[in-house]
Design a protein around this ligand. Sequence first.
Ligand code: SF4
Length: 322
Amino acid sequence: MAAQMQDVLLKANHVKKYFKGKTRAAGVVKAVDDVSLEIMHGETFGVVGESGCGKSTLGKTLIRLLEPTSGEIYLDGREISGLKGAERKEMHREAQIIFQDPSACLNPRRTVKQILMEPFEIHKMKENTDVEARIKELMHLVGLDEYHLSRYPHELSGGQKQRIGIARALALNPKLVICDEAVSALDVSVQAQVLNLLQELKEKLGLTYFFISHNLNVVYQVSDRVAVMYLGKIVEIAGYAQLYEKRYHPYTEALLSAIPQVNPSERSERIHLEGEVPSPSDPPQGCRFNTRCPKACERCRQEEPELREIEEGHFVACHLYD
Ligand code: SF4
């Protein structure tokens, strides 16, 4: 996938997001634990991992929809981790999110037009913008007709609702869009249409995506680079073609072995991981994957591996490659 990768748009340094457990016994949930990454201008940075691995929390934390527990976040060179009040709100013009379930995030009592008006109301931009014209332009961009503007969300299909979610996210011309399982709730045929739309919009508007999905196949289709997350940590980052060619981390290998291949020469034996994903409030000592890893050794139970660059642009956190 041809990306115009120039400089860094978003940089995260040692970002953590911990939540207090519901009870004292539940302790602290380490949803995101010491994540560092860089997202380049114009790329789609895919993030994949099982449900509960922290990928959605990471996406929301990176754009300050959730407060980071610690760490630094820079957007276009400006530190955004500590922004408060009006400055934080203003930053949200540049970084937006598309949620998984369009039904849950569109107000059922508002028409599509009113929903698309919301970003301009929230950011007090109604006076300085030709909002009517912009809303029509947004409808055109996401492939919907103007007559949909008078419809309520329950009168739209799942795909149409997600197009409205996309239009709302793009209303203020953001630079970065977090796509949080943006196609997971859609039928497979509609998924393909929405993925194509996201790709077209990226090229037309010069967007950068942080694309979160539990489905590695979907992430492969759209991403320039892919990060694999397990239990709050990134365990591997590589270009999508690099990762397809060679994955190093045993967890990535297991994820990839679960993707059905049409070409028999590309089929590999399915790796079934034993055991449940441990609780993020009580992660295993050493490598977090050691309780399920078929290649774990004594060192893996004692020492946490660091994410290291083992080939140009290919980062892995595993003692096998130290
Ligand atoms: Fe497996 Fe050890 Fe590598 Fe962790 S560090 S992925 S347990 S081999």
